[in-house]
Design a protein around this ligand. Structure first.
Ligand SMILES: NC(=O)c1ccc[n+]([C@@H]2O[C@H](COP(=O)([O-])OP(=O)(O)OC[C@H]3O[C@@H](n4cnc5c(N)ncnc54)[C@H](O)[C@@H]3O)[C@@H](O)[C@H]2O)c1
Length: 703
């Protein structure tokens, strides 16, 4: 392996050059290289200053997170070398470009001067991994930027634009040009001015916004989110920076960081970080496989999903044409998109020009011929097989030869739709989540004949429109809705057995789920949920159990569509859900009709186990059938698409924490307790085998 750090002389300036693509992460090799290069600088008395520069697209964009899992990981080696740099008696300058994040910003702040090129952004995103900064970001940033901005940046993990960073004193200058030229010129100007080293650790933290009340309030806020212990830790570290000598602050940060590093929360969040990167990789497909170009998009259907889908592409500067069945539906769809943008504009998130530009990229048509020039066409018409089949056949004819044809179906067989086009290799599922312009998840459904190139193109495109994409094979509901079906099934059985909607929702919300199943379906629409169940029944896909999903069908029959009609599982006062005795009566009657015994002893533990363990079991079936490539993919689907708490790492990561043996035992317990006529409670082969081998899911790979 070539050394990722080189040291060279440029006149009287020493140049330390880091080249560790893709983002110049501060790996142990880079740290060793920087230490060595710095020693060469120290040994060369003919040099007057040192410039730290990174090749490639960014300055150091973070630490090497993979090393955090090592049992002997320690922040000491990095902190020690940062101290050595800072102690240099000759000026050390960092030239910044790209995204200067985490350990990158910490390295830059240990240098005496920072110059950046326009477009650079800085930040301390460690909180997103459930951590505090570990290399003195909590100590140096308040010294440069003051307590309010340091707290804001470190608690939110957001990136700061370079002009703001300049105003705040995080960087000293912004100069246009190639980063290396900018850095060398700036270092020279410091030498010309005989500027001395200026050590961040020796600065005093400004007293403004650093009162006891400020810290007390921040700690109180953090205490309201006990699932995220990093928040309180960050406040304590920044308070130490403001109140204590640097060396004491350093110890406090090291202690807090170490506690968090080994905590289940940070492990879960790091798991998701890696799972997200892994999800974009398609086994067997080279990273550099040739992709199709996608420079124009067509959307069929301007309903709830079609409009949101179109916005994603327009937001990324890609023109979209939307085709509808009637002018009325088209105008309704387009004006809803406009309203959405105008609402963002009213909140100051978009300028009037941006709204005009985006609407300018959006065209409507009633003629399928308008789709002939599109590189990608996504159908988002009603969830009806016959209709979708007809549309797909038409798209097969209208779309140009190398266009990609995608379907947004939630449950229908993508292979059937692919065949209907007459060109199945061009077809892929693009399952967006509602609201499609907001939700981050995109399930990319790989049909039996989808070409690898089409799959890879859509995965890349997902990144362009800011989505996290997960590949799913074809099955009822794909990864997410197939598991959600099991979850909803159990919620309904619990209701029939005597649990209340609020009791069920409270139990899973206490785990950290954004919303319990009853509130979730009330919001998504009982009609939407019930129609899917009814359609599935018509297609012969429902289990032969008379009590299966009868509650949602009954509520639908009664016109209780959820929030939009003021009643569903709850009744609504505005958007506030209120317990409704009518629902209890409905469930009692259904239980009686289907011979389900009512009981009063349903505990919170039973609710959690009965909602979660069959869902986990279904996830393992999805893995053994090859529907999902990896456990992490299933976790991403649930965190990015269904409000599963990130601090628990997703359902399959959580399964390993609970222990697969416990889960298998509890499934068997409920099978015995409730009876298992339909195999609902049977553990998958994968789960059974892993328990037998005493292995966690994280060790599993497909044969
Ligand atoms: N709503 C959700 O939460 C959600 C989430 C994910 C996926 N989906 C899927 O997205 C698809 C659309 O769902 P939706 O909620 O947007 O439905 P919707 O009823 O809001 O919109 C469907 C639109 O398709 C139009 N349409 C019907 N026939 C057409 C034709 N021949 N040509 C052009 N347009 C036609 C209709 O006029 C309507 O505007 C479905 O397959 C659904 O399963 C929905």
């Amino acid at each position: 392996m070539t050394n990722p750090v080189t040291f060279e002389r440029r006149g009287r300036i020493g140049l330390l050059r880091i080249d560790n693509p893709p983002v110049n992460a501060l790996s142990p090799e880079v740290v060793a290289g920087v230490v060595q290069g710095f020693a060469a600088f120290e040994a060369d008395g003919s040099l007057d200053a040192l410039l730290v520069h990174c090749d490639g697209r960014t300055f150091v964009a973070g630490g090497d997170i993979a090393t955090f899992d090592a049992p002997d990981f320690s922040t000491v080696p990095i902190n020690t070398f940062l101290a050595r740099i800072e102690q240099s008696r000759r000026p050390v300058v960092a030239v910044l470009h790209g995204t200067v994040l985490g350990a990158g910003l910490e390295l830059a702040m240990a240098c005496h001067y920072r110059v950046a090129v326009p477009g650079t952004r800085v930040g301390q995103p460690e909180v997103k991994l459930g951590l505090t900064p570990g290399s003195l970001g909590t100590q140096r940033l308040p010294r440069l930027a003051g307590v309010p901005l340091a707290l804001d940046l470190i608690l939110s993990g957001r990136m700061l634009a370079i002009d703001r960073a300049l105003e705040a004193g995080i960087v000293d200058a912004v100069r246009d040009g190639a980063p290396l030229d900018v850095g060398l010129a700036y270092a020279q100007s410091l030498l010309d001015a005989r500027s001395a080293p200026r050590r961040t650790s020796e600065l005093k933290v400004a007293s403004e916004g650093a009162t006891d009340d400020v810290f007390a309030n921040e700690l109180a806020d953090a205490a309201r989110k006990p699932a995220y212990p990093a928040l309180g830790a960050i406040v304590r570290c920044v308070r130490a920076a403001a109140r204590l000598p640097f060396a004491e602050g350093e110890q406090i940060e090291a202690r807090e960081f170490e506690q968090l590093r080994v905590s289940p929360t940070s492990r879960a969040m790091r798991h998701l970080f890696f799972a997200e990167r892994q999800a974009s990789k398609i086994p067997g497909l080279a990273r550099d496989a040739a992709l199709r170009k996608v420079e124009s998009v067509g959307v069929v259907g301007a309903g709830t999903m079609g409009g949101g889908i179109a916005m994603n592409f327009v937001n990324a500067g890609i023109p979209v044409v939307v085709v509808e069945a009637s002018d009325e539906a088209l105008q309704r769809g387009l004006s809803l998109v406009r309203k959405n943008y105008e609402a963002s504009s009213a909140k100051g998130k978009l300028t009037a020009e941006q709204v005009a530009k985006r609407m300018g990229l959006l065209k409507g048509s009633l003629d399928y011929a308008a789709l002939a020039g599109c590189d990608l066409v996504i159908e988002a018409v009603f969830e009806n097989m016959e209709l979708k089949r007809q549309i797909c056949a038409r798209l097969g004819q209208v779309c140009k030869p190398d266009a990609i044809i995608a379907t947004n179906t939630s449950t229908l067989d993508v292979d059937v739709l692919a065949e209907a086009t007459g060109r199945p290799a061009d077809v892929v599922g693009m399952h967006f989540f509602s609201p499609a312009n907001v939700m981050r998840l995109l399930e990319v459904v790989r049909g039996a004949k989808t070409s690898p190139q089409v799959l890879a193109t859509v995965m890349k495109l997902a990144g362009t429109i800011g989505k996290v994409a997960v590949v799913s094979g074809v099955c009822y509901g794909f990864i997410g809705n197939r598991m959600a079906e099991v979850y909803m099934r159990e919620a309904e059985f619990l209701l029939m057995e005597g649990a209340q909607p609020q009791q069920i929702d409270r139990a899973v919300e206490a785990l950290g789920m954004a919303m319990g199943p009853c509130r979730m379906l009330d919001m998504a629409g009982i009609d939407v949920g019930a129609k899917t169940v009814i359609e599935r029944g018509k297609a012969g896909g429902l289990p032969p159990d008379p009590s299966y999903r009868v509650v949602v069908r009954k509520l639908f029959e009664l016109g209780r569509y959820g929030q939009k009609t003021g009643a569903g599982y709850y009744r609504y006062d505005g958007r506030t859900p209120l317990p409704d005795p009518e629902v209890t009566r409905i469930c009692e009657a259904l239980a009686k009709q289907d011979g389900v015994a009512r009981r009063a002893d349903i505990s919170e533990q039973e609710i959690v186990e009965r909602l979660l363990y069959p869902l986990i079991n279904e996830g393992t079936k999805i893995l053994e059938e090859g529907i999902a490539y990896r456990p992490g993919d299933v976790d991403i689907v649930w965190v990015a698409g269904y409000g599963f708490p990130d601090h628990r790492g997703g359902p399959l990561f959580m399964a390993d924490q609970i222990g697969l043996k416990t889960i298998a035992e509890r499934l068997a317990h409920y099978a015995a307790k409730r009876g298992d006529r339909f195999g609902y409670w049977a553990a998958s082969n994968l789960l059974t085998n892993l328990v037998r081998q005493d292995k966690p899911l994280s060790d599993w790979t497909p044969d």
